[in-house]
Design a protein around this ligand. Sequence first.
Ligand SMILES: [Zn+2]
Length: 669
Amino acid sequence: MSTPKLHQETIDQVSQRVDLVEVVSEHVVLRKSGTSYRGACPFHKGTNQSALTVNPSKQVYHCFSCGASGNVFKFLMEIGDRNFNDVVIDLAQKYSISVRTLEPAKSQALQQQLSTQEQLFEIVGLAASFFQHALFSAQGQAALEYLTHKRQLSLETIQTFQLGYAPAGWDTLYGYLVKQKRIPTALVEQAGLIMPRKTGDGYYDRFRDRLMIPIHDTRSRAIAFGGRCLDNSEPKYLNSPETPLFNKSSVLFAMDKARDAISKNDQAIVVEGYFDAIALHQAGINQVVASMGVALGQVQIRQLLRYTDSKKIILNFDGDKAGINAAERAIAGFKDLVYGGAVQLRILTIPSGKDADEFLKDKSPAAYQRLLQNIDRSEGGFLKLEDSIYSDPETVKELVHTAPLFLDWQIEQTLIGKNLNQADQFQECTQAFVKILNEIPDGSLRTHYIHGCAQRLAQLNSYLIPRLEQDLRRQLRQQRWYSHKRVDTPTSTLQIAETQLLQIYLHFPQHRPLITEMLEEADICFSLSHHRQLWQMIIDCPLAQNAENLFRHLQITCTELPELSGQLSHVLWLDQNAQVALLRPTAIIKAAIVRIQLIMTEKKYRYWRDLWEKIDLKNNPDLGYYYQTKIQGEQAQMQALQKQVEITFTDLVEISDDQDRDWHEASDF
Ligand SMILES: [Zn+2]
């Protein structure tokens, strides 16, 4: 939803009303610990169950492991991949706070938009109940039969998933919603439930004589439908179009029902179809969502990763569709995460080409569970998958079945049917390996796989491995069509010094007078534009005397300006490294000021020297002399500052008890 800028009053009201502990608790189990709360951090991979601290009085959270920190807005933005406005509006609606925008004219439009959204939720909800009701009526008999017999679903499962039936007529739903419930046609159309007749007179139902599977958002509100035909008509599955409520690439089917199980089992299974997911849930395997036939996107993957500490996602493809291309298509949207190691992606291929639903009926939920348990046993190993070994259900129990890591699986797939003793096929495999290896950013993971590939290519001739490894490396260097983005841009001394001053100013209020005093004395100001902007905001803040208020005010203002907020996040939210670096605030302030002074002096020195070099000395001897004195003056200043830099460095190395206490006060939040 694109929204105009919100009024500060609305933001303040929301910020006062909402409780961070309550919000975080919806995602993480929190335990009271002294004056604060602790729990597992949803933003990083790790096993520390109390890395995340939530401070109820300051309404901030901080993870001591990954450094994630912020206020309630930041928490919701990061966990839901949403922007500031959406988060505030959502909270405002939750707490019945009226939403105002900066331009009053737009307020009304926004209210309109929001109320439309509410109405759409209601309409889709009504349609879901209508379909549910129809399933148990005489017209729905065949559909119900299909569910209970063909799909072997229990009535309980049918209820849980709110499965329904869209009757065969052209306008049964239309009649119910528009004629009976008096809902405006335009809204029903917007909800994706009816379509205008080509003749231009009236509307007809989108879903007719179909089994209806409602798609819910994470709050279990119906937002769209998947409709399956009951005869052989095409398409087999018809989905709702994109609507203001439904965006295919950001929703996962059954996410609302899988969330708790995903975090409990520390793994998420992604299947392709609705009925695979429903069947697995019925079998008590609840950490399952369905991708609804589209390639998975970043938003969906992030949703899943949020609930698993080990970032384990298992893709379960239909056996008949398994193959490198299908897998590559499925992961195209989050390749970076996979190859960068942010996702532990594994591929589960159901034995003998069955999909999950068929496998459950054929074998048992316990057999599926065993497949899942065995996944863990292949840590980076190269295990060959052969369907034939699963033909006997007893063998399944005994044999270690492993869903390999995506990369191992890819490598295995490349080798299937290849005879490495033949030069052309050997070459083909080598090229395919180079392509796979090229995707892996530099690092130990890449080294590991280079070795693995060389091993595969060498077959039993282990003496060949080092040579093949060398050869793969050479080819990788040659084919660097892919360049890995550098995340860490080198940070300048100036940037570091300015950042430190601002961090101390914001997070260690007792040192504010010293900073202001020293800045004035040295006659320097911040030179990086986003730092200057922040400093201006500090000066302008009417509440600046009150440390608590200032910090809150800035957090809110900055969260609202995404670009500035991005540039300033290292100042506003202290990560662990920054906290360690700021152990001795007084010494750091002095050192930072001296370094900024030194940089400024060097700048002035270069300025005068440039002028002096360009000048025609014969015609301007006096000016030449003037420039020379300036240059010498700056040089002397530089030497003096250089000495001070050395002194302040010694200060930094020595820890005094006094300064140590600062650190504990600041970090106890
Ligand atoms: Zn963390």
